[in-house]
Design a protein around this ligand. Structure first.
Ligand code: UTP
Length: 475
């Protein structure tokens, strides 16, 4: 029997019966598809969200008591801090050797700004070889495992939309030399897109327009997928979290891991000194005694521009989305299978099926997508820790094709980082009069996990100089 009546009752109670307007045209298979999508939705909860985030213009309010968050500086301020950093690095290495750390990459985003057809992690970013984003991380993770004598597991969050393509890519590339059981894929949740009138949109006559629910979905997805249980069995207590679009990130950093542990932090973050008041990075703030990251678009301009007596920005700390998270913290947050992080509204151009059954591709935003953000878990932690990172060695986001935060700027930063490693190892690097590297250089992460690796490689291969204009990859 057809389940139409039941579905109609369910949707009409919340004014969403338009989802069924092509029911009579659908095949049995298509009816099944649509009904299972509708069944998966908690319409009552969604109606609350729609009234709060779609039909109202006043969304998340910004606390009035924001002050800048404290952080550990890149260079220790005094002898005591120096000693702490040394101890922390040792502790981090110890935890890595004991196999208590795994990597976690969020790769469920749609990468719409990059405009690349395929999962973002499969994007060829290597300046010489076109090594992919996933390739960079995989080789680094492999090398880190060799270095610390313990293989690292790698948890990769995908969405329903890119899971299959991501897994296929890893299989085609033999997991980049990792053992297949080192890599664990898990899916995040989805949210339906909603028109400005509060009505959910159809992507086809038999399916809703669904999109990933934001990187905040990671925490619940880790529980639902069984990843947390798997980690507990493996003896993994800490997750080194990074985004798929940042190939410069150290996949594990002993200092960061060790400091997180010594400070008894539940969730930690790397901060970068912002390049200006309005740089598009979340801002580390304190409110009500808790650490909170406030989006760049939400920090009031007078705060963003306020300065210390020495002229530096008061709200200097920007977030490159690099975290250390304790497994127990995620277990506690998601116990009972629930976690409520605030939602954030994004206005997007979402193609949809109109009343006439035609696909409409809008030229301006027509719909709201709701996402939750991982950093909203920070205020929920009993203890947090923020450590300053060196921008040139940790952060090269690939958001756009050209310009700021683009594939182009990312490649330049990869070349510069690798050139610095080589220079530190005594290799002469050609530079232009403006100081830019005048060659294309790429170091395989297998030989360049860190400065020590590069020094060894340079010595073993007797490399003294890179020729001007060269295109060279050291594998
Ligand atoms: P972005 O906020 O840059 O979004 O994601 P995006 O989807 O990759 O790109 P645009 O905005 O469409 O151009 C930052 C990181 O969070 C992950 C992304 O894969 C990226 O690593 N992410 C984002 C998820 O894993 N799931 C999401 O729902 C959103």
């Amino acid at each position: 029997m057809d389940c139409f009546d039941e579905l109609l009752k369910k949707t009409a109670a919340f004014g969403q019966e338009q989802l069924l307007r092509f029911w009579n045209e659908l095949s049995a298979e298509q009816k099944k598809e649509l009904s299972s999508e509708i069944d998966a939705i908690d319409f009552a909860a969604l109606a609350d969200l729609i009234s709060k985030y779609v039909l109202t213009s006043n969304h998340n309010s910004i606390p009035g008591d924001l002050t800048p968050a404290p952080y550990f500086p890149l260079d220790p301020r005094n002898a005591e801090q120096k000693e702490l950093y040394l101890r922390a690095s040792e502790r981090g290495e110890e935890l890595l050797r004991a196999g208590r750390v795994s990597c976690l990459t969020v790769a469920g985003g749609q990468g719409s700004r990059l405009g690349f057809d395929g999962p973002k992690g499969t994007y060829p970013i290597g300046p010489v070889t076109g090594r992919t984003l996933f390739g960079y991380f995989a080789e680094s993770i492999k090398r880190a495992g060799e270095k610390y004598g313990k293989k690292l597991s790698w948890y990769i969050m995908t969405s329903l939309l890119n899971r299959e393509a991501t897994e296929t890519f890893f299989k085609e590339n033999n997991f980049f030399g990792l053992a297949s059981e080192q890599v664990f894929f898990f899916n995040q949740g989805t949210m339906p897109a909603c028109g400005y009138d509060g009505k959910l949109l159809l992507a086809t006559k038999s399916s809703l327009s669904l999109s990933p629910d934001g990187h905040g979905g990671t925490l619940l997805a880790l529980r639902k997928s069984g990843a947390l249980d798997r980690m507990a069995k493996e003896g993994v207590d800490f997750l080194s979290y990074f985004q798929v679009d940042n190939p410069l990130v150290p996949v594990v950093s002993p200092l960061f891991i060790g400091l997180h542990d010594l400070q008894k932090s539940e969730m930690s973050a790397i901060m970068l000194a912002k390049t200006g008041p309005f740089e598009k990075l979340g801002n580390f703030c304190v409110t009500g005694g808790r650490l909170e990251i406030i989006e760049y678009s939400d920090l009031p301009a007078e705060l963003a521009e306020s300065r210390n007596p020495d002229g530096t920005l008061r709200f200097i700390a920007g977030s490159p989305a690099i975290h250390l998270i304790s497994r127990k913290f995620i277990e506690n947050l998601t116990s009972g299978g629930n976690l409520r992080l605030p939602w954030h509204r994004a206005d997007k151009k979402v193609p949809y099926i109109d009343d006439a059954g035609e696909l409409v591709t809008p030229e301006s935003p027509n719909a709201v997508k709701l996402e939750s953000f991982i950093f909203d878990a920070m205020p929920l932690a009993k203890q947090t820790m923020v450590l300053e990172g060196d921008r040139k060695s940790v952060f090269a986001p690939t958001k756009n094709r050209t310009g700021v935060d683009s594939a182009e700027s990312c490649r330049e930063m990869l070349i510069e980082r690798d050139a610095k490693y080589l220079e530190a190892a005594g290799v002469k690097i050609p530079r232009t009069s403006e100081g830019k590297v005048d060659a294309k250089i790429e170091l395989s992460p297998s030989v360049a996990f860190d400065a020590e690796d590069v020094a060894m490689y340079v010595k073993a291969h007797k490399i003294t100089e890179i020729a001007r204009g060269a295109e060279i990859c050291l594998e």
